[in-house]
Design a protein. Structure first.
Lengths: 264, 291
């Protein structure tokens, strides 16, 4: 689990969140949460529903402003980092309107919009980026298909390709392993390792603990604040998990299925 | 046989050409084709974004604006635009500040505006004809009104063309749009402003009551015909402009309501598509289910 340190991106920080507090009209969603992530690592963000996982994502994407604390991405403020196309968000498949009349190619091209001019007319370099991204997620053959004609796993890969085409250095993934087929899961696992090697920082929000044990160098346990944070092997203790899940330790340490989400 | 064919062609030609000898018909055809095309383009975004009710709301809410503008001697499109955007802002405000659900707020605000318009018409001493506002008056459209419609159409088309990719992304995945630094709040209100403008233009041809049909039906028809966004916009523009022209002709020859004919043709086109569309028509489904 120490691979993270052996890669040449060393101590360059991608995400620096310091003691951030977020509240929605007085209701606290996150307090005193700090998180420092280096370039080239895969970090699992684990917590129950309503624990503040999505709030942390929103704060990192600049959708909510922390009432206290600071966030920097690549040493820049969040809006600046956004303009640099530094952060890519890969949504859950269910969040997107799949009857939208749009092809896989066009979806991935949307990853390039932020780097295009006002009219969003693709240049050769944009087309090349889209082509390579589709190649990496093995969807090149299906590029002309409407997005609605893809399976759940293929759709997931299409959105991953969009993040690749965007060339973001920080990838935020929301439940990436939900409802995907074995092939997609294997491919994503390989891609995550490649991304890490390329110096990307990947933050995976999930409550599927078995996957965290498999893929993540680091884990953040979260319940309204960061409860524990560090190397997966050290953080995944029964005590920490009990804190995270409010006493009900899921059946993870034995490696069995951990949540009903798997059966969706 | 050839004689029969020749007679049929001649009848068809005169059906098409005779109305063109009247200037008011030429004007009506040109304006409704233009407005139809513009509303058809916008209707793609309305149907994909799920803003049909919003279209209905904005088109009704422009009513008091039209009356006030007439009373003050301003171009009616200015008044209509102010009230259209005002209603949208009010809907947003009430929704944010209260626990009432959005569709309720929309219904509440637009009927309120519409009622205000009705009262204003009855209390304003002017030559406003209520039926013209409610049901359109494309056969009696004035040159000044045509100029206004041209200007409005130009603005709407320019905005939609320049930002068509951004609006497409905004309809499809606003989260991604925001995360790459696109100002989705601005796009939201810009699209609603464009909607107000298009409603004003559509009001000329089919009136307040039916303008929402121009703003959703062509998009819905095109949506059943293709899985490509660009093709969908083209089909929507075509079907909408064609319906408008055909509607005006039918209304001429049957001496019936122009607005009614235009919208009826659009509805028939939708029904035909609904039945016969190659991939998404219901007859296709039944055929593929049969052994």
């Amino acid at each position: 689990m120490d691979q993270c340190r052996s890669i040449p991106f060393g101590d360059r920080l991608r995400i620096e969140a310091d003691q951030i507090c977020v509240d929605y009209n007085g209701v606290v969603a996150l307090y005193d949460a700090s998180l420092h992530l280096r370039a080239g690592c895969i970090c699992g963000l684990v917590g129950m529903n309503g624990s503040g996982k999505s709030t942390l994502f929103k704060a990192l994407m600049g959708f909510v402003r922390p009432s206290r604390g600071t966030i920097q991405i690549n040493g820049l403020s969040v809006p600046r980092a956004q303009r640099d196309q530094a952060v890519a968000y890969v949504p859950q498949s269910e969040e997107v309107d799949c009857s939208f009349p749009i092809s896989v190619w066009e979806v991935v091209m949307m990853g390039r919009y932020g780097s295009m001019n006002l009219l969003r007319i693709p240049r050769e370099s944009d087309r090349l980026a889209v082509w390579h991204a589709l190649e990496r997620v093995e969807l090149l053959d299906l590029r002309h298909r409407p997005i609605g004609a893809l399976s759940g796993g293929q759709r997931k890969r299409a959105f991953l390709a969009r993040a690749i085409a965007q060339r973001a250095s920080v990838l935020l993934l929301d439940e990436p392993f939900n409802g995907v087929d074995v092939r997609t899961e294997k491919l994503m696992a390989e891609l995550f390792l490649q991304f890490r090697h390329e110096g990307h920082t990947i933050l995976i929000s999930t409550h599927d603990l078995s996957h965290v044990r498999e893929f993540c160098d680091l884990v953040v346990l979260i319940n309204k604040t960061v409860l524990a944070y560090g190397e997966t092997a050290e953080v995944f203790t029964p005590e920490n998990l009990a804190m995270t899940f409010g006493g009900m330790v899921p059946n993870v340490l034995s490696g069995g299925p951990t949540s009903t989400e798997d059966f969706k | 046989m050839t004689e029969l064919l020749a007679t049929a062609t001649a009848t068809g030609l005169s059906w098409l050409l005779e109305p063109l000898s009247h200037e008011f018909m030429v004007r009506a055809l040109v304006v409704s084709a233009l407005v139809g095309g513009v509303c058809g383009l916008l209707s793609c975004y309305m149907t994909l974004k799920g803003w049909a009710l919003m279209g209905d709301a904005v088109s009704h809410a422009v009513m008091p604006g039209v009356v006030v503008a007439y009373a003050l001697g301003l171009p009616f499109s200015i008044g209509a635009f102010v009230f259209g955007v005002g209603s949208v802002a009010l809907i947003g405000f009430v929704k944010q500040k209260s626990r009432v659900k959005e569709d309720t707020v929309i219904g509440l605000v637009f009927t309120g505006f519409f009622a205000l318009g009705l009262v204003l018409v009855s209390k304003t001493r002017s030559n406003i004809d209520l039926t013209h506002i409610l049901f359109g008056n494309v056969l009696g459209i004035s040159i000044a009104d045509i100029q206004q419609t041209l200007l409005i159409s130009g603005i709407v088309v320019a905005i939609l063309l320049v930002l068509r990719r951004d609006f497409m992304l905004f309809c499809f995945d606003p989260t991604h749009a925001r995360s790459i630094g696109i100002n989705t709040g601005l796009l939201h209100y810009l699209l609603l402003s464009v909607l107000s403008l298009a409603a004003v233009a559509g009001l000329q041809t089919v009136g307040i009551i039916l303008v929402v049909a121009m703003l959703i039906t062509p998009g819905a028809t095109a949506y059943l015909l293709t899985d490509r966004f660009d093709r969908m916009t083209l089909l929507a523009i075509l079907s909408s402009a064609l319906s408008s022209v055909l509607g005006v002709y039918i209304s001429y020859w049957t001496d019936s309501s122009t607005a009614g004919c235009i919208v009826l043709v659009q509805t028939v086109l939708f029904l035909l598509t609904f039945l016969l569309a190659p991939r998404y028509g219901i007859l296709k489904v039944q055929r593929s289910l049969a052994p």
